[in-house]
Design a protein around this ligand. Structure first.
Ligand SMILES: *Cc1c(COP(=O)(O)O)cnc(C)c1O
Length: 396
């Protein structure tokens, strides 16, 4: 669905300074070559299976299914991957690609620190130098992940520009890449940024839907009726959707973080509240103020509070192929508690947004229908914040 220069309908493209053009062209050419290279693909599969722990389980959630009394619910267990989320799929692919390109250093942005930890992990494994850019605000809120990155041998830079959060970390990493292109690859963490990143990251995450399809055919002999995933930039969602885009019987549903509600300013629901714009190298939908400036966004889930959405999702929204729904903090926290008690699985608060929507819609499905919920990560990292949300203070 990508036509020339990485367009998804009117979205995507390469809105970048001249100084980055060469790096992006080099990356595009290398990716075109290696994605068809059997040796590259063999090495990547060996890393995914032998290091990250793929394939991840497709778990039949019997208790949840019986409780909701509608569709059969399956959970795609990306939380069981090494480093605890889907992010490792993309990072292993990009760091391997960087190595093949002769790069010796990788840099990455991180918000809550999950992508930074995954990148530092893959860099260590493959013997690359690693530097992570993180908003100063976030380095203070996520001190444990800063420690993990340093433990893994990465250098962490605290970014003080703007609101000192994720969007500023992305801008700073792009600036750093411009400064040092020759030996450095930028491991972008979601399906966003200039072409070819949205395509590269999607291809590396598409392993999720490839496995779901095989596992559903094996377990049920049919495709699922709906696939539900949370959407920040959109990488776990596009990974879970991709191999079903051409199967019109499969509903694709992305869950955005509504924060305190889409009718408040404390939200990160881009499709519900955003407008068309250009930011971080791409055309897509972004949360903006009345002057077109990127608006500050809020969600209880640090992994979902990005003010934009990847360009392929913007097109899936425009064409109606996928549906995007807002889920509030309160609904996500309730779903976090529900899944923990119901199935003994503590999901990431990001993933709990998808669980919340499944709880809403499952009763309206027939009992012979199936819903797959992508559990993008595990919830250990969120326990202290959720306890605090419920008025309980547990020191970490
Ligand atoms: C980072 C993260 C997300 C959000 O990123 P996407 O690119 O939208 O997938 C969702 N879930 C978890 C567990 C994450 O760590």
């Amino acid at each position: 669905m990508v036509d020339r220069k990485g367009r998804f309908g009117i979205h995507g493209g390469q809105y970048i300074p001249e100084t980055l053009m060469n790096a992006v062209i080099e990356l595009e050419e290398a990716y075109e070559r290696y994605k068809k290279d059997p040796e590259f693909n063999r090495e990547l599969t060996a890393l995914l299976n032998g290091y990250a722990g793929r394939p991840s389980l497709l778990y039949y959630a019997k208790n949840m299914t019986e409780d909701l009394d509608g569709a059969k619910i399956y959970l795609k267990r990306e939380d069981l991957n090494h480093t605890g989320a889907h992010k490792i799929n993309n990072v292993l692919g990009q760091v391997l690609l960087a190595k093949k390109m002769g790069k010796t250093r990788v840099i990455a942005e991180t918000g809550a620190g999950q992508h930074g930890v995954a990148t530092a992990t893959a860099a260590t494994l493959m013997g690359m130098e690693c530097e992570i850019f993180m908003g100063k605000e976030d380095t203070e809120r996520q001190a444990l992940n800063v420690y993990k990155m340093r433990l893994l041998g990465a250098k962490v830079h605290a970014v003080t520009s703007g609101t000192a959060t994720l969007k500023d970390a992305v801008s700073e990493t792009m600036r750093e890449w411009t400064n040092r292109i020759a030996d450095t690859h930028y491991v972008l963490g979601s399906v966003m940024g200039p072409h070819p990143f949205p395509t590269i990251v999607r291809d590396f995450q598409a392993v999720i839907s490839r496995e779901i399809k095989e596992q559903m055919l094996e377990k049920e002999g049919r495709l699922p009726d709906a696939v539900i995933a949370c959407v920040g930039g959109g990488s776990n969602a596009i990974g879970a959707f991709y191999h079903f885009i051409e199967d019109p019987s499969v509903q694709l549903i992305g869950c955005e973080a509504a924060g305190r509600g889409v009718d408040t300013f404390e939200t990160a629901a881009t499709i519900a509240t955003g407008k068309l714009g250009i930011f971080h190298g791409m055309k897509s939908y972004f949360c903006q103020d009345e002057f077109g400036q990127i608006a500050p966004v809020y969600s209880i889930s640090a992994g979902l509070d990005y003010p934009g959405i990847g360009p392929e999702h913007a097109e899936l929204h425009d064409t109606g192929r996928a549906q995007y729904v807002p889920v509030t903090d309160e609904e996500a926290v309730s779903a976090f508690e529900y899944l923990s008690r119901m199935e003994g699985i503590i999901p990431a608060i990001e993933s709990a947004h998808a669980v919340a929507h499944a709880i809403k819609i499952a009763p309206s499905f027939r009992k012979d229908q199936c819903i797959v919920v992508n559990i993008s990560g595990r919830g250990d990292k969120d326990c202290a914040a959720i306890a605090r949300y419920r008025g309980e203070d547990i020191s970490e």
